[in-house]
Design a protein around this ligand. Structure first.
Ligand SMILES: [Zn+2]
Ligand SMILES: [Zn+2]
Length: 81
């Protein structure tokens, strides 16, 4: 993964799709979950999402289902593909 060190430039471009960091729903941007580091964002507090960002239709952006962490988005709350 290419990550800019600039801080200002937060857009990532692969082919024709732009990606931007969106707040992780599973940890609410903290990077931490109950068990430690958030598994959805790896502790970053945000995840790279293809733009325009689409909220995960399976969990409605919550990152959680009654059965546990949403498998479709990995808990991030965003449609990653
Ligand atoms: Zn997270
Ligand atoms: Zn989901």
């Amino acid at each position: 993964m290419l990550v800019s060190e600039e801080g200002d430039e937060v857009l990532y471009t692969y082919v024709d799709t732009e990606y931007a960091p969106e707040k992780c729903s599973l940890c609410n941007g903290t990077g931490l979950s109950e068990g430690g580091i958030c598994e959805a964002c790896g502790g970053q507090g945000n995840v790279l999402v293809a733009q325009p960002a689409i909220i995960c239709p399976l969990c409605n952006g919550s990152g959680n289902l009654e059965t546990g962490t949403c498998r479709a988005c990995g808990g991030s709350g965003w449609a990653l593909f």
